[in-house]
Design a protein around this ligand. Sequence first.
Ligand code: ZN
Length: 491
Amino acid sequence: MSSRKRLDGVRRSSAVLMICAFCVVFTTWALASVARADGRATDAYLDETRARWEQAARQIWDTPELGLNETRSAAVLVEILEKEGFSVTRGIGGEATAFAATAGSGAPVVALLAEYDALPGLSQAAGQAKKQAVAEGNPGHGCGHNLLGTASVAAAIAANRERVAKKLPGTIQLFGTPAEEIGFGKTFMIRAGAFKKTDVVLSWHPDDQNRVTNRTRLAATSVNVEFFGRAAHAAASPWLGRSAFDALVLFDHAISLMREHIKPTARMHRLVRDGGSAPNIIADHALGEYWLRDATGDSVNEMLGRLKKAAEGAALGTETRAKVSLVFSLREPVPNDALDAVLQRELDRVGPPRFDDTDQRFAKAMQKELGFEEVGLATKVMPYAQKNGGTASSDIGEVSAAVPLAELNVATRPLGTAAHHWAQTACAAHPLGYKGMGVAAKVLAASAIDVLTEPALVKSAHDDFMVQTKGKPYVSPLPPDAKPVAPTASH
Ligand SMILES: [Zn+2]
């Protein structure tokens, strides 16, 4: 190659480089413009007020309360909503800690759900990667409901400010829904007519992933299985007694044998709540709490029929009497692809929580402690797919059969860790948990505004709902005389 040709080559390369550099600058500028145009007022408001929400979430985390006793937790959220001009009705469906907050008027009516109950025994120091209770045996936010409730309230307020600023038509509702962990908070609220005026419901749940969830939550039914026998002195005259505890043991064995003959998707779990008062007294009463779960409510009902037969059989064999009573029943959520698409669009736009190195290091330390793969936190949003999500049941299943509903997950704990664990309690008052909460609030607020500004969305959500429910009206699984009572307080 001659020197002239080489020079030409250099000149051409420089020109190409300059064009490329221009392309990069232009593309960056263009992308930034798109991002700016795409930036939502609700996002900006939630960024500006971040400290307020983190403080509220921490306040709820600091005073963990079990289902139906969430007085202080509900009060934190109600106070904020009232300050923001929402009108609040306290106590719904016989649940003192349920509430409904409303702003705006007329259609469309978009509702967000706030949960704030804790779990027993999951007390855990914030930001500790090793199990270390704040107070041994106390409740803790092992499902991250302090983040759940606060993000939904923050989203409702952000959306309402936008509704007022843009003079948008419609109503924003925020339902304070207690007692999710004991399986029925929302079911009693539905029965009381709380969702009658609601067009669509949007919700979220803390998770280890970022995704729109659908078609994976299981239907669940919980029953108390009681046996009534005859008391006697266990040494002086045992032949006079008939042990209710023996009946429960026999029944439990039948259920354990049944495990081989249920579908792979089914789950059964139980707890003995009363096995008698002393070994030297033949127990005249025994009580076990049994949970049955599967992909469909029909399958759960079929298992329930078999459970009842096992209880009768155990009673027959021990000359005792059996009683099976429903604690709660909740169906698998009715999917709504139209609403899912709204959440996915906003989740893709907002993006995953921006975890930093400190968050990732903490997550990996926790994974190491638990013997999990040290892969840190989720840094991507999962693409939309049917059957994204986990298998935990929720009373949002009941809401979804009454009103079109969609739900998303946002990462608030390390990959591979599960809820109902001290790991989630530790992360629910850690910057990484707050980052997940912030993403959830932005997605919910923007989606609520989408519903108010795009009337076609409500129609497609409703059409999808009619297809999925086959137009059948909602029927409550609660017996007519059922009252909301926490399981531990009932016996
Ligand atoms: Zn939960």
